[in-house]
Ligand binder design. Structure first.
Ligand code: NAD
Ligand code: DAU
Length: 360
């Protein structure tokens, strides 16, 4: 594996993955293909690949006009601004950079947005993945890794864990689109012998996460003494994994997994949302009175829990960051990165927040 196409590399997990690869595996070339939606932010990588690649575009801003490719000549990194649904562009990028590995992070990733506007979720998460798969098959790419989610399995009651054998039962348009993509990936393997892997990870947190998701939203609101909108009773359970550990798990799969294998990735770290919110408040020295219980998310999955035994046993991966350590690092990062957060929450984010929370 030398020349890796990372799609969605300007987003939260994709940018953390690129950071890990450029830092720890500098013999690889990374080509980042990203559409720069509201969630894509080249500032996430600016310190690593130079100001040229960063510009001032990205996260939450007004739509970006077509920009030329930006290249950081001193780093084995190239950025291509484009859409994974653009078949001609995808083919050209694979050919030009002799891509042997594709890691598909690009997606619409927020469940709440999928409830108000599901169409783009189908376009990017399903049609976009199909487009990448066709290009990978036609060009004999060595490995296609689909970054999927534990949400494809649906919801759990108070007991049990998702294994790789759990039937897919997605409950939201977001998770349905991710499950559809997983099925397509598998079908390309079965029908045309595409060498693929699928990883299904639990909730990530850490630096560069867009503040529409629970942890960064609560940190941002608490920092500004704004109410913290907890959906319903706040007793929904998620398994939290520090983003760096998700990245190392993906790398381990790329290095060691046999084609066609699916791996769950998780932190063994189940927490109710209220517990997470209270930890954030107490670390920031803010009062619990900031918590406001608001109308629940329609169809809200009650509990996710991941059995990550297969990747631990077969590939020797394990998480390296405890929740206590990870949340401390994350809060410190948001405190120190005031400019990043201020840029992200300007403009379109304000309208999003108003739309999502004003009458909740
Ligand atoms: P994100 O929303 O932060 O980033 C998504 C990135 O994809 C952005 O940079 C965006 O510009 C880009 N993108 C969107 N549509 C595109 C298109 N059509 N063409 C090219 N680029 C496009 O998402 P994230 O939280 O970093 O999640 C990354 C992947 O990991 C997703 O596939 C998601 O389903 C999966 N995942 C996320 C989590 C989590 O907790 N965040 C957990 C498990 C799996
Ligand atoms: O499980 C993996 C998934 O985790 C990923 O596939 C998704 O891309 C990612 O967004 C995440 O989905 P969730 O819906 O679990 O994450 P979110 O941060 O939106 O919400 C986490 C929990 O917090 C969920 O139970 C809803 C609740 N919540 C969220 C927000 C934004 C609140 O109570 N209030 C909020 O304002």
């Amino acid at each position: 594996m030398k020349n890796i196409l990372v799609t969605g590399g300007a987003g939260f997990i994709g940018s953390n993955f690129i950071r890990m690869v450029l830092t720890e595996h500098p013999d690889c070339l990374v080509v980042n293909l990203d559409k720069l939606t509201y969630a894509g932010n080249l500032e996430n990588l600016a310190d690593l690949v130079g100001g040229g690649a960063a510009g001032t575009r990205g996260a939450g801003r007004t739509p970006v006009p077509q920009v030329p490719r930006v290249t950081a000549h001193d780093t084995p990194y190239r950025f291509v601004h484009g859409d994974i649904c653009d078949a001609a562009l995808v083919a050209r990028v694979i050919d030009e950079h002799h891509i042997d590995t594709i890691v598909n992070f690009a997606a619409e990733s927020h469940v709440d947005r999928s409830l108000t506007g599901p169409k783009i979720f189908i376009e990017t998460n399903v049609t976009g993945t199909l487009c990448l798969l066709e290009a990978a098959r036609d060009r004999n790419v060595d490995r296609f890794l689909q970054v999927s989610t534990d949400e494809v399995y649906g919801a759990l009651g108070p007991e049990g864990q998702f294994t790789e054998q759990t039937l897919l039962s997605p409950n939201s348009p977001y998770s349905a689109s991710k499950a559809a993509a997983d099925h397509l990936v598998r079908a390309f393997g079965h029908t045309w012998g595409l060498k693929y892997n699928i990883t299904r990870c639990s909730n990530n947190y850490g630096p560069y996460q867009f503040p529409e998701k629970l942890i960064p939203l609560m940190i941002h609101n608490a920092l500004h003494d704004k109410e913290l909108p907890v959906y319903g009773d706040g007793m929904q359970v998620r398994d939290w994994l520090y983003v760096y550990d998700h990245c190392t798990a993906i790398w381990r799969v790329l290095e060691r997994a046999a084609p066609g294998e699916i791996y769950n990735i998780g932190g063994c770290n189940e927490k109710a949302n209220l517990e997470v919110v209270n930890i954030i408040l107490s670390r920031l020295g803010k009062p619990q009175s900031l918590i406001r219980h608001v109308k629940d998310r329609p169809g809200h999955d009650r509990r996710y829990a991941i059995d990550a035994g297969k990747i631990i046993r077969e590939l020797g991966w394990k998480p390296s960051v405890t929740f206590e350590e990870g949340i401390a690092r994350t809060i410190d990062w948001y405190l120190a990165g005031g400019k990043w957060l201020a840029n992200v929450v300007s403009g379109a984010y304000q309208q999003y927040y108003e739309r999502m929370y004003a009458n909740r």
